[in-house]
Design a protein around this ligand. Structure first.
Ligand code: HEM
Length: 131
C-alpha cells in the first residue's frame, strides 16, 4: 500500500489562489495529488524505498503522509471494507498454505494501476499435507 499503491492519486479543483514552493496556483486550476511521491517523502519516511513494516509500529504516520486511501472529506469510503478483505486474504494464505513465488524477480507494470507483469503466479501447498 505504501510502495506500490493501487491508486496513484486523484484531482482537486483549486477553490482559491495559493502559493506553493514559490509558484502561484490560481483558483479554478485542476491539481493532482500523488500517492507514490507522498509515500517517498524523506522528511517523514526515512529510507523510503525500504520495505519496513516496523516503521509504523507504536506510532501513527503524520497526517497526510500515508495516503493509500486519500485523506480528508473525500477519503475512500471503501477503505475499511478493503482493509478487512486484504487482512482476511493474507491471514488465510499465510496460516493455511506454504507459498512461493514462481518468479521472485517478477516486475510490476503500470497501466496506470500497478499489476504484476506475469499475473503473480505462486505455488501453494496446504500446510496440513506437508507437516
Ligand atoms: C485497496 C483498495 C482501495 C484503494 C487503495 C482505494 C483508494 C482510493 C483513493 C486513493 C481514493 C481517492 C480519495 C481522495 O480523492 O481523497 C478513493 C476514492 C473512492 N473509493 Fe476507494 N480504494 C479502494 C477500495 C475501494 C472499495 C472497496 C470501494 C467501494 C466498496 C471504494 C470506493 C471509493 C469511492 C466511492 C471513492 C470516491 C470518494 C469521493 O470522491 O468522495 N474504494 N479510493
Amino acid at each position: 500500500m505504501r510502495l506500490t499503491p493501487p491508486v496513484q492519486g486523484a484531482f482537486r479543483e483549486v477553490i482559491k489562489n495559493f502559493t506553493y514552493a514559490g509558484f502561484t496556483i490560481p483558483k479554478g486550476w485542476k491539481t493532482h495529488w500523488n500517492v507514490n511521491t507522498t509515500h517517498r517523502n524523506t522528511k517523514y519516511l526515512p529510507d523510503p524505498e525500504k520495505f519496513d513494516p516496523s516503521r509504523f509500529e507504536g506510532r501513527e504516520p503524520e497526517p497526510f503522509t500515508f495516503v493509500p486511501f486519500g485523506e480528508g472529506p473525500r477519503m475512500c469510503p471503501g477503505r475499511e471494507y478493503a482493509r478487512a478483505q486484504v487482512l482476511v486474504f493474507i491471514h488465510n494464505i499465510v496460516t493455511k498454505f506454504k507459498w512461493e513465488r514462481v518468479d521472485p524477480n517478477e516486475k510490476i507494470s503500470y497501466n496506470p494501476s500497478p499489476i504484476p507483469a506475469k499475473g503473480f503466479p505462486i505455488c501453494l501447498q496446504p500446510l496440513e499435507n506437508i507437516y
